[in-house]
Design a protein around this ligand. Structure first.
Ligand code: UDP
Ligand code: MG
Length: 141
């Protein structure tokens, strides 16, 4: 069993897409084992995306991610990290495969509806960024 962090980004929350997006994960066999609506201020957004600090889109991305509430969850399942990224689709919605979250609901390469961890180490760090151990349920319970 693997865990990954998912974020439904501000524009998708504002458009009322939390239920539709979660439903994609659940239908794909990923279990929601932790979840909350929260908000990043600019400084916490910068900290979350620290790996992208030198990228040209860093300032705009962290501004965007602090514009409104986000829905963060921990998804659990076999191969959850890769499966989540498959369901999300390519970073740029214009290049994402049909039937993916970003294809169906992403606005542009920045406002692309969802975030998903990209490797076991980043998943662990990103889960710990938002959740304490006792906020995460084991999927059997
Ligand atoms: N992003 C952007 N412009 C780009 C590439 C990425 O605004 O040219 C944003 C986008 O919101 C993306 C996030 O930065 O989801 C993190 O980029 P990454 O390359 O890690 O893509 P992801 O893992 O989210 O597919
Ligand atoms: Mg990434």
């Amino acid at each position: 069993m693997e865990r990954t962090l998912s974020i439904i980004k501000p524009e998708a929350v504002a458009r009322g897409l939390i239920g539709d997006i979660l439903s994609r994960f659940e239908h794909a066999g990923l279990k929601v084992v932790a979840a909350k609506l929260t908000r990043l201020d600019k400084q916490r957004a910068e900290s979350f995306y620290d790996v992208h600090r030198e990228r040209p889109f860093f300032n705009s991305l962290t501004d965007y991610m602090s514009t409104g509430p986000i829905f963060v969850s921990v998804l659990e399942g076999d191969g959850a990290i890769a499966r989540n990224r498959e369901i999300m689709g390519a970073t740029d919605p214009a290049k994402a495969a049909p039937g993916t979250i970003r294809k169906d609901w992403g606005t542009n390469v920045e406002e692309n509806a969802a975030h998903g961890s990209d490797a076991p180490e980043t998943a662990a760090a990103e889960i710990a960024f938002f959740f304490t151990a006792d906020e995460i349920q084991s999927s059997g319970s």
